[in-house]
Design a protein around this ligand. Structure first.
Ligand code: 13P
Length: 258
């Protein structure tokens, strides 16, 4: 983390878990446990039908609510899809874009780029996910792959908008497996991502962009991951479903830094 130059963000990704009633229960429990005083930015990205319950429960707090996906189009004949401006109107602040689970369902780099643009256009904060498979890591293709994902995800996004984008590095082999990247492994990739952004937009902007780590991050390993200089927070799946675990991770994000 580097709180001087950029925000620390702890964001939950609930994936396809919890009903609207369970969302209300969770949020009320979480609210009663929230740390007092100053803390980092906190967000929960929840299933679309849970957004109203989450927004309602968190109205008087600083916790932001987000969606897990959006459509790249502003409106039209896209049965079952949800546009970015609808999410804004429902009270969302964030949207996850390009999660590996959605890429595995066929989302391409071009789709991801169009969604990032649609989110920014609607004034949502896109959390752009990138990450390599185990095979790519073992073959030594990781750096080029992630650099390509960042460049294509940010293609056509100007300097005025890039500051609003949050990046999440999520190695596919670490997601939902209990196998976390070591702090050094995660830091290496996050530092490389910042280098790619520096080459695209310059040092000042690269310094200001928050880069999160995701992949089996939990209340036990968060402290060491977040102690790394280029890891500015977490995108948390399983552990974000348990209020006490999220609270512990938020405490880890409040650790002293230089
Ligand atoms: P887990 O924390 O369950 O591994 O999920 C990570 C993730 O995919 C967050 O987007």
């Amino acid at each position: 983390m580097n709180r001087k130059y950029r925000k620390t963000i702890i964001a939950g990704n609930w994936k396809m878990n919890k009903t609207p009633s369970q969302t209300k229960e969770f949020m009320n429990e979480f609210k009663s446990m929230m740390p007092k005083g100053r803390w980092c930015d906190v967000a929960f990205c929840v299933p679309a039908v849970c957004i109203p319950a989450a927004v309602r429960a968190m109205r008087e707090t600083r916790v932001g609510i987000g969606a897990e996906n959006c459509n790249a189009n502003a409106s039209g004949a896209y049965t079952g899809e949800i546009a970015a401006n609808m999410l804004v109107d429902a009270g969302c602040k964030y949207v996850i874009v390009g999660h590996s689970e959605r890429r595995a369902m066929g989302e391409t780099d071009m789709d991801v780029n169009a969604k990032v643009k649609a989110a920014l256009q609607a004034e949502l904060i896109p959390i752009l996910c990138v990450g390599e498979s185990l095979e790519q890591r073992e073959l030594g293709l990781m750096e080029d792959w992630i650099s390509m994902q960042i460049k294509s995800g940010l293609n056509g996004i100007g300097e005025d908008k890039i500051r609003k984008v949050v990046i999440a590095y999520e190695p596919i082999w670490a997601i939902g497996t209990g196998k976390t990247a070591t702090p050094d492994q995660a830091e290496d990739v996050c530092r490389n991502i910042r280098t790619v952004i520096r080459k695209l937009y310059g040092a000042k902007i690269a310094r200001a962009v928050s880069i999160l780590y995701g992949g089996s991050m939990n209340e036990k390993n968060a402290h060491d991951l977040l102690a790394q200089p280029d890891i500015d927070g977490g995108l948390i799946g399983g552990a974000s479903l348990v209020p006490a675990k999220m609270v512990e991770i938020i405490h880890a994000a409040n650790q002293p830094t230089d």
